[in-house]
Design a protein around this ligand. Structure first.
Ligand SMILES: *[C@@H]1O[C@H](CO)[C@@H](O)[C@H](O)[C@H]1NC(C)=O
Ligand SMILES: *[C@@H]1O[C@H](CO)[C@@H](O)[C@H](O)[C@H]1NC(C)=O
Length: 290
């Protein structure tokens, strides 16, 4: 009896879902920062949606090959363009959560096809991305997924070839060997970096942070750690306490502020827990604000 009643309900729900998801077919397309669907065959720059960082590119590390996928340190650097290639050859646009390859261009020196590929890196004991793969390799398959955050900003995920329901997220971390900022994988969705795509044009102009903003960044973020900084006597203890309690960890990671996201990225290398990252970031933000 109970199962009989469930059947039509489930079917109705399913049909409703189907209607909702197929009503606007364009809604499952991945878009560039201007809101235009990504075109197969066009070149795009990838960079973070928030914060002042350089674009994503490729670089040699210790030896000349392979080339590693990196984030440029200089926020004015737009990165190296890539092409997105659907695994399903009939598709002319890039659909959300569909299997794609990311083509960074052939490298004659490295004799490689230049598709992004996941490899395990012994120095950092984690998976990183190299710009040196063959598109028929399962480790060159990625997907682009929507985030709850900024418009036309996405996470890039890596479905594990053996268990495709599990996936890892692309993130950026500091390489122990070279001090480059490498693009690698994380299983922690809170540490997934959110990216945007800029179509490569002759007149491409990516907004550079103003000098004052970069200075603030340098002073506020990259210099001393907050717990080592001496409190200024001018700051009111009460004001700081109130400020800190206003920066509570949100339940929903997508609601994290830009500054907190930066904190998570900064402490990516450490064994710092989420709560500790929040506490450190709250101290840092509040010392600046109060
Ligand atoms: C490939 O994409 C086309 C167009 O979106 C779709 O109709 C078709 O079912 C896809 N094929 C596979 C194998 O997913
Ligand atoms: C790509 O990999 C496949 C399987 O390993 C191999 O047969 C093929 O020759 C490779 N193609 C190139 C261009 O390296």
């Amino acid at each position: 009896m109970a199962t009989k009643n469930l059947v039509p309900t489930a079917t109705t729900l399913f049909l409703l879902l189907l209607t909702l998801t197929t009503a606007d077919t364009a809604s499952d397309l991945v878009r560039d920062v201007e809101g235009k669907p990504l075109k197969v065959g066009s070149e795009y720059y990838i960079r973070r949606a928030v914060g002042f960082f350089g674009g994503i590119g490729k670089s040699r590390r210790r030896g000349p090959c392979p080339l590693y996928v990196i984030e440029y340190q200089n926020p004015g650097h737009k990165g190296d363009p890539v092409k997105f290639v659907p695994v399903n050859k009939t598709q002319k646009e890039i659909h959300l959560s569909s299997n794609i390859k990311i083509d960074s261009g052939k490298s004659a020196i490295c004799r490689s096809n230049g598709f992004w590929r996941v490899i395990f890196d012994a120095y950092n004991r984690r998976n990183v991305i190299i710009a040196s793969g063959n598109s028929s390799d399962a480790r060159t398959t990625f997907r682009i997924e929507k985030t709850q955050g900024p418009l036309n900003a996405y996470k890039i995920v890596y479905p594990l070839p053996t268990t495709p329901t599990r996936r890892s997220y692309l993130t950026v971390f500091r390489d122990r060997l070279s001090r480059l900022k490498l693009v690698g994988l994380t299983d922690n969705s809170a540490r997934a970096v959110v990216f945007v795509f800029y179509k490569k044009k002759k007149d491409v102009s990516i907004i550079k942070p103003s000098p004052s903003a970069s200075n603030a960044m340098a002073a506020g973020w990259r210099s001393s750690a907050p717990h080592r900084r001496q409190p200024s006597p001018k700051k009111s203890a009460q004001g700081i306490k109130e400020c800190k309690t206003s920066i509570l960890p949100p339940e929903d990671h997508s609601k994290k502020s830009d500054e907190i996201i930066l904190g998570f990225e900064e402490f990516e290398d450490d064994k710092t827990s989420s709560d500790e990252v929040y506490a450190l970031m709250a101290s840092r933000i509040c010392w600046r604000r109060c």
